[in-house]
Write a protein that binds this ligand. Structure first.
Ligand code: HEM
Length: 503
């Protein structure tokens, strides 16, 4: 069967369905009392705003924030209105609202079409979140050195061609993805699978397939979703491929656990083992565990690879900061070696990464929620059940009253001592720093992400000179709605430093 024409036909039906049904739906949502930006709020022509949003999300967010800062505004996205909650007081209320009222899992369900991709087990029993939260917060124990080992090995592989003393051109996003995938899976499952090219390729394509499905599901009306699901990239084939890689390992571990129970003293200390031990009932099967491993990768890889890519772009585009970073890393490593305690002392590296997250404008909005019940904010704004909400992370980052000189890239912004004599760390969340969310659902993997990104940046400044393909120019990112991806083609130049120029 030819799927292409059928898919187009379905999408046309979908579009027609929206044109006819959505404006009335919008009005049913009783959101008329909330001011609109980005386009008209009248039926049918509100679609103009929804299409504009695809290409001008940042400007629309900015416009709403400038007009209604401290309050609440809305704009049209394809399929629904998006309500944005601004100002420290309301954002704090927003993050404190219980899951049963402003639901993060319902937003996730819709965002990645869970019903048709990974299944609802992810939200009915999100035990992986608890595992990540409890196991990845501290110093990672002995795994710290394994992760560092994998980072060094993968950087050596990726930057190998620079070893002859010449500058080598490296596609940064591809390199960041590879390093993050190998380092993460060294902790998730260990050697040798973390280096298996097909396993790494699977994790990358799986994320791409889910994202592709999610984009289509977002604009597909409920009644067409089961049909559309059959025409999209087959997520279950990706799961089958994961099963082929992991089945022998998981089956063996399940057997060992059954036979030895607590007497299994030399059990592996990795994510897969933690997941196996935390899984209950139906979740403790090979396929369900494979889905969980793929889901953890889905949450961990793209986010970290994007942030790391942007950090490397900034490093190369602002070469004046390489020297101070290098001094800090060399001093710390001399005193503490490559340890978690040492990494904690790298305040400039930490601040550099946090400032890139702020200044790079990658994030327009975070903390997507769907209201399951009616809710009224303290300013009197009524939010009916069914409303899609978010916080304006991007406009806050660009707000001069929150971040003085916001348009400037100031890499030491967060390492300079605050009033309390404290540094603000990369992993700290607050109402003005929402890249990892804030509150009960704040990213539980951010401590691990921070360790990986700091290790990579520190290793690179210590061992390589870098420059941008076009001096001082940060490659343009691609934006569609809330999604922002760094240039996947942009290359950076790396040159290995000679041993005597290193401390
Ligand atoms: C720079 C890297 C990362 C960024 C920017 C990031 C960002 C985020 C954001 C914005 C959220 C949603 C917060 C909310 O809705 O309130 C989130 C949730 C989550 N992240 Fe991350 N993340 C990163 C790395 C990771 C890593 C490495 C892992 C896993 C090891 C991970 C696992 C998760 C999980 C499981 C959730 C869902 C938490 C929940 O539902 O309670 N993330 N992340």
């Amino acid at each position: 069967m030819e799927f292409g024409p059928l898919l187009y036909a379905l999408l046309s039906v979908t579009l027609l369905y929206f044109i006819i049904s959505l404006p009335s739906g919008l009005y049913r949502q009783k959101l008329r009392h909330i001011p609109t930006v980005g386009g008209p709020s009248l039926p049918i022509i509100s679609y103009y705003g929804a299409f504009r949003f695809l290409f001008h999300a940042r400007e629309i967010m900015q416009e709403g924030y400038a007009k209604y800062k401290g309050g609440i505004f809305k704009f049209s996205e394809l399929g629904h209105w998006r309500v944005i909650v601004t100002g420290p007081k309301l954002v704090d209320e927003f993050r404190r609202a219980p899951e049963s009222v402003l639901s993060s899992s319902e937003a996730l369900r819709e965002m990645i079409g869970l019903d048709y991709t990974l299944g609802l087990g992810m939200i009915h029993d999100p035990y992986h979140v608890q595992v990540i939260r409890s196991r990845l917060k501290g110093d990672l124990g002995s795994s710290f050195h394994e992760v560092r080992d994998e980072i060094v090995a993968s950087l050596n592989d990726e930057l190998r061609s620079g070893s002859d003393g010449n500058w080598s051109r490296v596609p940064v996003m591809k390199m960041a993805y590879e390093v993050v995938c190998r380092a993460s899976n060294r902790l998730f499952i260990g050697l040798p699978i973390c280096r298996d090219p097909d396993y790494c390729a699977l994790n990358k394509s799986f994320a791409r397939d889910i994202t592709a499905c999610a984009k289509v599901f977002r604009i597909t009306p409920k009644f067409l979703k089961p049909v559309v699901a059959r025409l999209l990239p087959d997520v279950s084939k990706g799961i089958d491929r994961g099963v082929r890689h992991l089945e022998p390992i998981i089956s063996k571990r399940l057997r060992m656990l059954e036979d030895l129970g607590d007497e299994w003293t030399d059990r592996p200390n990795d994510m897969l083992q933690w997941l196996i031990e935390a899984a209950r009932g139906e979740e403790r099967t090979v396929r369900a565990l494979v889905i969980r491993v793929l889901a953890v990768n889905l949450a961990a890889l793209h986010t970290t690879a994007v942030s790391l890519t942007m950090a490397l772009f900034y490093l190369a585009a602002f070469p004046q900061y390489i020297g101070p970073l290098r001094d800090e890393v060399e001093n710390v490593v001399r005193e503490h070696g490559w340890t978690k305690a040492g990494l904690d002392q790298m305040n400039m590296v930490d601040s550099f990464l946090r400032e890139v997250m702020r200044a790079s404008g990658m994030s327009t909005g975070t903390m997507s929620r769907i209201a399951l019940k009616d809710y009224t904010f303290s300013d009197g704004t009524f939010i009916p059940a069914g409303t899609h909400l978010m916080t304006p992370s991007g406009p806050i980052f660009a707000d001069d009253t929150v971040y003085p000189g916001a348009s400037e890239f100031n890499p030491w912004r967060f390492s300079e001592m605050g009033d309390q004599g404290d540094h603000v760390k990369l992993v700290n969340t607050n109402v003005n720093f929402l890249s990892f969310g804030h509150g009960g659902h704040a990213c539980p993997g951010r401590f691990f992400a921070s360790i990986k990104m700091k290790m990579v940046l520190a290793h690179i400044v210590m061992n390589y000179d870098v420059k941008m393909e076009r001096e001082g120019v940060i490659p343009r990112s691609t934006r569609i709605g809330h999604i922002c991806v760094p240039s996947t083609r942009a290359e950076m130049l790396f040159q290995q430093r000679s041993p005597h120029s290193r401390a």
